[in-house]
Design a protein around this ligand. Structure first.
Ligand SMILES: Nc1ncnc2c1ncn2[C@@H]1O[C@H](COP(=O)(O)OP(=O)(O)O)[C@@H](O)[C@H]1O
Ligand SMILES: [Mg+2]
Ligand SMILES: [Zn+2]
Length: 279
């Protein structure tokens, strides 16, 4: 790991032929990085995410709730999509479906061209670990671990060696302005700092897809914007596609596209009216 690789990263580490985690040049994809042992993605082309005709119903009979009623979405590498909408509109249900944490009643979810419905539970958890970075409203950091250890954890789960895992986590915390917080535990951090640690953790394995559910809901306006900016910049740099679901329409500036999810249906939202509400 050279200092130069931190200050002068290649614009597209994966396609540039370098391991996205340790930045060592690699000859081919489909196996383990010979340097840090991160499993390398076999596929690196086409949309990161393709969701078609997603429908989901909770319960049945007269109390059934139709949370999603035919939702379709395509996300390209490096693209940042913001999905806004009122509470109860289906945002969390949509995000859980895209993240393979919930199997929708019908419709398809493709990750990098791979249909996920036929996956075994083992394949799904592997895809969640290596292919998706999650950011939740409640941060979901492990209280007993330091910021650095929280970010290192997914790398270690994925089999990345200790030294390159620590180097990667250190570099991400540094990029997110948290170098001085590396040895702090979550209770010693502000909400904005905790969420930046969670962003670093989501980015750690350089997943192709990053999913965030109300990432700024527990933050004040200034730190909310800072978290969103960091997430977007880092995701673009490593060419991850990003879907952020939120009712916080102030994040619209950071996105390439803003969509409105209401009554389980997704539609384009005009830029001048991101919340779909007339003033
Ligand atoms: N586990 C559940 N069981 C029953 N209904 C649910 C469940 N989760 C969500 N819902 C309902 O589905 C609808 C969509 O919820 P959700 O996806 O959480 O929307 P949002 O995240 O936009 O607030 C709401 O009417 C909600 O009450
Ligand atoms: Mg929600
Ligand atoms: Zn590597």
């Amino acid at each position: 790991m050279t200092v130069n690789s931190v200050t002068n990263p290649s614009p597209n580490p994966v396609r540039g032929g370098a391991c996205p985690v340790c930045e060592t040049p690699i000859g081919h994809h489909g196996a383990l990085c010979s340097s840090c042992r991160r499993p390398l993605p076999a596929i690196d082309a086409g949309p990161v995410l393709e969701v078609s005709d997603l429908e989901h119903t909770y319960g049945s009979g007269p109390t059934a709730v139709h949370a999603l009623r035919g939702m379709s979405l395509r996300v390209q590498p490096g693209e940042v999509v913001l999905v806004v909408g009122p509470s109860g509109g289906g945002k969390t249900t949509a995000l859980l479906s895209m993240g393979l944490l919930l199997t929708p009643s019908s419709g398809t979810v493709n990750h990098s061209g791979v249909e996920t419905r036929a996956m075994t539970e083992r394949q799904r958890s592997r895809q969640r670990l290596l292919g998706i970075g999650f950011v939740f409203q409640q941060f979901n950091l492990l209280e007993a671990l330091t910021a650095l250890e929280n970010v290192t954890l997914p790398l270690r789960y994925a089999g990345v060696r200790t030294a390159p895992a620590t180097a990667r986590a250190t570099r991400l915390l540094d990029d997110l302005g948290l170098a001085h917080r590396a040895t702090s535990r979550p209770r010693e951090l502000s909400g904005g700092e905790k969420q930046r640690v969670a962003v670093a953790r989501a980015l750690a394995l350089a997943p192709r897809l990053i999913l965030a559910d109300e990432p700024t809901a527990n933050l004040d306006s200034a730190s909310g914007h800072q978290v969103a900016e960091h997430l977007v910049r880092a995701a673009r740099h490593q060419r991850s596609g990003v879907v952020v679901v939120t009712h916080d329409t102030r994040l619209a500036d950071a996105a390439d596209r803003v969509l409105l999810l209401e009554d389980g249906r997704l539609r384009e939202s005009s830029p001048s009216d991101p919340a779909g509400t007339r003033r």
